[in-house]
Design a protein around this ligand. Structure first.
Ligand code: NAP
Length: 263
């Protein structure tokens, strides 16, 4: 399918690294205008520089945990774009955050500092809410696509996954509710996850090495690219409240009887 995204605007959180960076690249290559955002200035600037080779990219510093920061970014977006076609809520944190990174394997939930739980929930759940609250108004007239990047079902309830698992489970519940509340506005709200451990900066130190050593699958950070292009394309019209898994995306298409290739 020839995917032409010229004139299509995307706001993507956490675009300075990993899965977000790769999705931004894929969307830019098809002609979309993509705004990437993150906290860290230097990494954001580097991503902006390198993504510039692929198309019409913009960047704005924003912390999804900080309502004023999100409001400022939304005001900037209103001035410079006004219309939003796709919002990708991707910015997230995991087990390498302060208070979580030093926990030994086999730790219990009661070993976890409350501040670390708050930080993960503030980012992965409240952050998704805040960004959606401030950016959905740019879609209410013309419709659009909201994507929530979450995780595999098993990760949400696996031992050792507090607070990451519950933060993503909450995000999934919120996505389902929003997909219903927005169904009359022509706004699709869907979930997307890679489908397994993915080689990005999020991985706690040593985990990548132990996965490779034990012969476990490690996914590449472009694993969600075909699915994000599908969600940006007309081929996904009418698809809302669904969970797409990057690794299993082609199988999902077959099950749904949808013909789509991003080639
Ligand atoms: N890697 C995996 O195995 C895996 C598996 C399943 C799901 N996921 C999900 O995929 C998404 C992307 O993660 P990744 O693996 O690509 O990790 P990553 O390489 O660490 O990228 C995370 C991005 O989010 C940004 N970010 C973090 N906290 C933020 C905040 N408070 N405000 C704004 N931006 C923030 C980071 O930039 P700054 O730090 O500079 O802000 C960075 O750009 C996450 O939601 C994650 O839960 C990852």
């Amino acid at each position: 399918m020839d995917i032409d995204l010229r004139g299509y605007s995307v706001f993507l959180t956490g675009g300075s690294s990993g899965l977000g960076y790769e999705m931004a690249k894929a969307l830019l290559r098809r002609g979309a205008s993509v705004v990437i955002s993150a906290r860290g200035k230097q990494r954001l600037e580097n991503a902006y520089e390198t993504l510039g080779a692929y198309g019409d990219v913009y960047s704005i510093q924003m912390d999804v945990r900080d309502e004023a920061s999100v409001r400022t970014a939304a005001e900037w977006f209103a001035k410079n774009f006004g219309k939003l076609d796709m919002l990708v809520n991707n910015a997230g944190i995991g087990g390498n955050e302060p208070g979580l990174e030093g926990l030994p394997a086999g730790h219990s939930f009661y070993d976890i500092p409350v501040a670390s739980v708050r930080n993960v929930i503030e980012t992965n759940l409240v952050g998704y809410f805040t960004v959606t609250k401030y950016f959905v108004p740019f879609m209410l007239e013309g419709g659009g696509s909201i994507v929530y990047v979450t995780t595999s079902d098993a990760t949400m309830v696996r031992k050792g996954q507090i607070p990451y698992g519950p933060s993503k489970a909450g995000a999934e519940a919120m996505c389902t509710i929003m997909s219903q509340e927005l169904s009359d506005s022509g706004i699709a709200v869907n979930l997307l996850c890679p489908g397994g451990f993915t080689d990005t900066a999020m991985a706690p130190k040593g985990l990548l090495e132990s996965h490779l050593r034990n012969g476990r699958t490690v996914l590449a950070p472009d694993v969600m690219n075909e699915a994000i292009l599908f969600l940006a394309s007309e081929a996904s019209a009418g698809i809302t409240g669904e969970k797409l898994v990057g690794k299993d995306f082609r199988q999902w298409l077959t099950e749904k009887g949808i013909e789509f290739t991003a080639d």
